[in-house]
Design a binder for this molecule. Structure first.
Ligand code: CO
Length: 140
């Protein structure tokens, strides 16, 4: 049985060394205006959201580590810049988590974490054919 209430791709996240440098491509060359550029100290990252397609559209999220030792910093050291995760929106994150755990999916969170968007969980790439998957239930 599949996860219920799966809506759409919420964002695609890209790990970058410097957001300001990345914006010269994503903002100036592609022409996607960032809606948010901010430090998220609790996560040790600086993020930029680049929305496409209006309120029901999708975002590109640029993530820059503020600490080279955190998970994004280690990702960059190991892989270089590139796609970090894909985020899918769900109606009910608690139901999705319980379902995935029951199915034996390698969920990295035992309870939803507070993300920039709402409440979120991550599924290890080994369970998703090489891609880190985030599921989020948006707030409001
Ligand atoms: Co994300």
């Amino acid at each position: 049985m599949p996860v219920a209430g799966l809506r759409r791709v919420d964002h695609i996240a890209i790990a970058v060394r410097e957001i300001d440098a990345a914006l010269t491509f994503y903002r100036d060359t592609l022409g996607i205006m960032p809606s948010v550029v901010e430090d998220v100290p609790t996560e040790g990252v600086r993020i930029a959201f680049l929305p496409l397609g209006g309120p029901d559209g999708t975002k590109i999220e640029l993530i820059q580590p503020l600490d080279p030792a955190n998970s994004i910093g280690r990702f960059l050291e190991k892989h270089g810049e590139g796609q970090h995760h894909i985020c899918l929106e769900v109606d009910d994150i608690d139901a999705a988590l319980a379902h995935l755990q029951a199915e034996g999916a390698p969920v990295l969170d035992s309870s939803p974490r507070i993300s920039a968007e709402g409440r979120a969980i991550f599924i290890h790439p080994k369970g998703a054919h090489g891609v880190l998957i985030e599921l989020v239930q948006r707030e409001g």
